[in-house]
Design a protein around this ligand. Sequence first.
Ligand code: PNS
Length: 163
Amino acid sequence: MGKALYPGSFDPITNGHVDILERAAKIFDIVEVAILENPSKDPLFTVEERAEMISEIFKGADNVRVSSFSGLLVDYAKKIRANVIIRGLRAISDFEYEFQMALMNSKLSPEIETIFMMPRIEYSFLSSKLVKEIYQLGGNLPDLVPQVIDRALREKFYGIRES
Ligand code: PNS
């Protein structure tokens, strides 16, 4: 099925993203996770930290690659020769924004398809933004984020480094 591009902020990656990536990696020959370089979003983790953590999570998956990009998504897709963009669709609330983006990307590059995948139901209410807020306020969500992310969030907010 060729190469697919899975773009996003991934600040940080959650189990919802991981679920979609694992399933996409079974469908496509190669899936490249591409982290948007956008300092104006004031990210919690640097692009390098995010890339390192995603690489750690997928170190056993030889068809999952990790990179970062700036500029137009469709230009990056062409540059890495990906013919498909994958986006996760959690709830109706995602639809409007995703619909606009998919149609605009298709207008810019009709040869690149956007494919939507739904995460498993237990991750349908999950977002990086809520994860950050919960850890910042003293909570934790070890079932909803990979272990490396749970550790990094604890370290970021409470300075706890676990061995
Ligand atoms: O995880 P996110 O923040 O919802 O991902 C959004 C992302 C990275 C897919 C989107 O912001 C994007 O594609 N940015 C690149 C700039 C671009 O191509 N903009 C036009 C989109 S129609």
